[in-house]
Design a protein around this ligand. Structure first.
Ligand SMILES: [Zn+2]
Length: 316
């Protein structure tokens, strides 16, 4: 069991320690972690490809994790469809696929550890109440001593202090968690574990030391750094690339009806995704295998612009 750290004593020290840990050398272990809420679309293909290329260019491992923690949002067969699409594109992952739905006991044990150390509390505030606060939780239930379980969520108590990191694409990013987010949910009122807890638990368990993902998750990162500090886990290095935007300027997503990619024609898809990532394979390359090999050999993450969004229409 990890010894819990207390960043209250010196938040600055916690940050210096995180940054030192993020720079620690070691073989690159990266991952792609889709939610199986539908097939891959162009936006999620870019995420798969960027994380794949960054890992392979560093001669590292590329792991695959299914974030299947929300069954009502996951159509039957979606996870298998994603595996087939990745395979069709030639993006081969290392080792077995980790399904978060098999990790519930581990998440429960971590939650218990945090609770016993006094970092968590039960909260029965309604969603409407939290929304009325501008979604920054005000600590209302911190001292109420509600019993865990039942109809209560579990929240992690935030402390004064800044958590930040030097993103490989976006540069320095930091947040004062208590004022920007407030105490955040680790287990929802419906009993489902929250993304923040599961992703920190799994990155640590799989020894992931490099995370390449969309910028829509940038403002989740300080919460994850805080959890890592409390649990004594090393922080990975992070790289957040811009997301593809639809015509309304919103992130291309399954919720916004982005079209699934057709992995039966992989080469044009890979070329479009590479163009988005500012890499242009020569036209004389023949076949997806040659395009991927070229991309691994020529990968430079610093070509990706430090922006938050790029219109998808530029690539259609
Ligand atoms: Zn509450």
């Amino acid at each position: 069991m990890h010894r819990l750290q207390d960043p209250r004593r010196n938040p600055g020290e916690a940050i210096r320690r995180l940054n030192a840990q993020s720079r620690s050398p070691g073989r690159y272990i990266g991952r792609f972690a889709p939610s199986p809420t539908g097939p891959l679309h162009l936006g999620s293909l870019v995420a798969a490809l960027a994380s794949y290329l960054d890992a392979r260019a560093a001669d590292g491992s590329w792991l695959l994790r299914m974030e299947d923690l929300d069954p009502p949002r996951e159509p039957a067969g979606a996870a298998d469809t994603i595996l087939r699409q990745l395979d069709g594109l030639g993006l081969r992952w290392d080792g077995p696929v980790l399904y978060q739905s098999t990790r519930l006991e581990a998440y429960a044990a971590i939650l218990q550890e945090l609770r016993e150390a006094g970092h968590c509390f039960a909260c029965d505030c309604s969603r409407a109440r939290v929304r009325a606060l501008g979604s920054v939780y005000d600590g209302h239930c911190r001292g109420r001593g509600l019993p865990p379980g039942g109809d209560a969520a579990m929240r992690l108590r935030t402390r004064p202090g800044v958590f930040g990191m030097d993103d490989r694409i976006q540069g320095w990013f930091e947040q004062e968690l208590e004022s920007a987010v407030g105490d955040f949910v680790l287990r929802r009122r419906d009993g489902l574990f929250a993304y923040q807890l599961a992703v920190v638990a799994d990155d640590a368990m799989q020894q992931v030391n490099q995370v390449v993902r969309g910028v829509d998750l940038l403002d989740s990162t300080p919460r994850q750094l805080y959890l890592q500090a409390l649990l004594g886990y090393p922080a990975p290095r992070y790289a957040h690339f811009p997301v593809l935007l639809n015509a309304q300027g919103r992130k291309l997503s399954k919720q916004h009806f982005a079209a699934p990619v057709d992995a039966s024609a992989p080469e044009p898809l890979l070329r479009i995704a590479l163009e988005f990532l500012r890499h242009s394979p020569p036209t004389e390359l023949a076949g997806p295998g040659e395009v991927l090999d070229w991309a691994v050999a020529n990968w430079d993450i610093l070509r990706i612009p430090a922006r938050h969004g790029i219109p998808a229409s530029r690539f259609e």
